[in-house]
Design a protein around this ligand. Structure first.
Ligand SMILES: Nc1nc2c(ncn2[C@@H]2O[C@H](COP(=O)(O)OP(=O)(O)OP(=O)(O)O)[C@@H](O)[C@H]2O)c(=O)[nH]1
Ligand SMILES: [Mg+2]
Length: 434
């Protein structure tokens, strides 16, 4: 039920030095009165004895913070218990809390969902907060922080407001033209503005997917013939023994991923099966997956043995780095050849990857379209705007209606329009306690 008061452990795994139990909803006052002897001063931290009101037993002593609504994260009354982070301590407090009427454990993302529903944040800001919680690299942190503070909301909301204004202009003309024959000056002005927004959105979309690359990681597929040394390179990059390496051709079948942090950017490197003709069912499937990895990658690193005299193949992947492997004697010099055994060329290869990565994400190191969901909605919005601009018929009402669809696309991103189904999907990705 939505008016239940919800409880969750908002800090990390137990045991921990301190565990923060967060409570949001109208029962907070009663909880404070009965468990800590009264409602604390607003936004003040106080050391309190926390008791079980049924048995009067002391459960723990800890800091308590009281955020009365609406000036709280969720917009509701919120109470935080900063407990000793033992499993039994947290269990005792949470169990006691759940004995109050209309108090229950929170679902994943439920605090954030309430914050959104109470108008504290729009969807992009809330998703920015979720990204901040899961950020692992500097670039992810910076991008998520900007988004959680409204960088994306400001842009999208401004477009939406301008589109709404134009729709009003066009609809005003619709109303007029029924009465008298007036020139279509107003809607002409409206359409000129539609064109400039369309251009702005198209420019915004031409970002090389920087935001998504920063958030999801720059994807690299290691590919090549069997025995080229792909798995050996993966292990060298990971600095641990992740993939099986043998002198037998066709060792790797499944795609194996490792996560790296290259100068603050998340990078995912996938080891793949060597490509060759094969009748072996398992190997054929491995090769299919290898090709799929290559197609989905931002960069393919193609390895071929320094003794392999065949020229590098022509590949249909977007971006490929051709590298000679097993160059133990460093025959080929510094660039574009490596040896995992001597570690020659490994730093050079990482440098080449870093260059490719940075040219993808641009100078700012921050992208605004951090999710595929935003991109899809913007592409659809542009399609609607194209129709509005190019439709060559007398039916102005149809153009006004299409403009409404364009507005709704942006409203979907920020959560300004009713998207109940989408909300369930979005908030289910959050962690419990957030
Ligand atoms: N001398 C030398 N041998 C290497 C080097 N890198 C890999 N090898 C050897 O080459 C053989 C194949 O290496 P893998 O890393 O398994 O090659 P792969 O490309 O993953 O092979 P598949 O999984 O079968 O496609 C192993 O015997 C490795 O020890 C290197 O830099 N120098
Ligand atoms: Mg392998």
């Amino acid at each position: 039920m939505n008016d239940d008061t919800i409880v969750a452990l908002s800090s990390g795994n137990l045991p921990s030095g301190v565990a923060v139990v967060r409570i949001s909803g109208s029962v907070c006052t009663k909880i404070a009165e009965t468990m800590i002897g009264g409602v604390p001063l607003s936004r003040n931290v106080a050391l309190q004895t926390i008791i079980n009101p049924q048995t009067s037993e002391e459960l723990d002593r800890g800091l308590v913070v009281w955020f009365p609504g609406p000036a709280s994260f969720t917009g509701e009354d919120c109470l935080e218990f900063h407990l000793h982070g033992g499993r039994a301590v947290v269990a005792a407090v949470v169990t006691t809390l759940c004995t109050f009427d209309h108090v229950r454990l929170a679902e994943a993302g439920e605090f954030s969902r309430r914050a959104f529903e109470n108008g504290k944040f729009d969807l992009t800001e809330i998703e920015g907060i979720a990204d901040l919680v899961s950020s692992e690299t500097e670039a992810q942190r910076k991008q998520a922080l900007g988004q959680s503070r409204g960088d994306s909301r400001e842009i999208y909301e401004e477009w939406r407001q301008r589109l709404i204004h134009m729709r009003a202009l066009i609809e005003a003309e619709l109303d007029f033209s029924e009465e008298e024959d007036i020139p279509d000056e107003i809607s002409k002005e409206g359409f000129a503005k539609v064109l400039s927004i369309r251009k702005e959105i198209e420019e915004h979309l031409a970002d090389n997917r920087a935001g998504e690359i920063i958030r999801d990681g720059f994807k690299i597929a290691l590919m090549g013939k069997p025995n080229a040394g792909k798995s050996s390179l993966l292990n060298a990059l990971a600095k641990r023994d992740v993939a099986i390496v043998t002198q037998e051709a066709g060792t790797t079948r499944d795609v194996l991923d490792i996560h790296l942090d290259i100068d603050g950017y998340a990078v995912i490197v996938s080891d793949t099966a060597g490509l060759r003709e094969s009748d072996d069912l398992v190997e054929v499937e491995g090769i299919r997956r290898a090709n799929l990895s290559g197609s989905n990658a931002d960069l393919v690193v193609w390895l071929s043995d320094v003794d392999d005299k065949e020229p590098f193949p022509t590949l249909r992947f977007d971006d490929v780095l051709f590298i000679k492997s097993k160059d133990d004697e460093n025959i080929l010099g510094r660039n574009h050849s490596i040896s995992v055994n001597t570690e020659n060329g490994l730093n050079g290869l990482i440098g080449l990857i870093e260059n490719r990565l940075k040219s993808s994400v641009g100078n700012s190191g921050i992208g605004l379209i951090s999710r595929m969901r935003y991109r899809e909605a913007l592409v659809e919005c542009v399609e609607h705007l194209k129709f509005v601009l190019e439709f060559d018929g007398p039916d102005i009402a149809l153009r006004a209606e299409t403009l409404r669809h364009a507005c709704d696309c942006i409203g979907c991103i920020t959560g300004k329009i009713d998207i109940e189904d989408l909300l369930d999907v979005i908030f289910s990705e959050f962690c419990v306690g957030k």
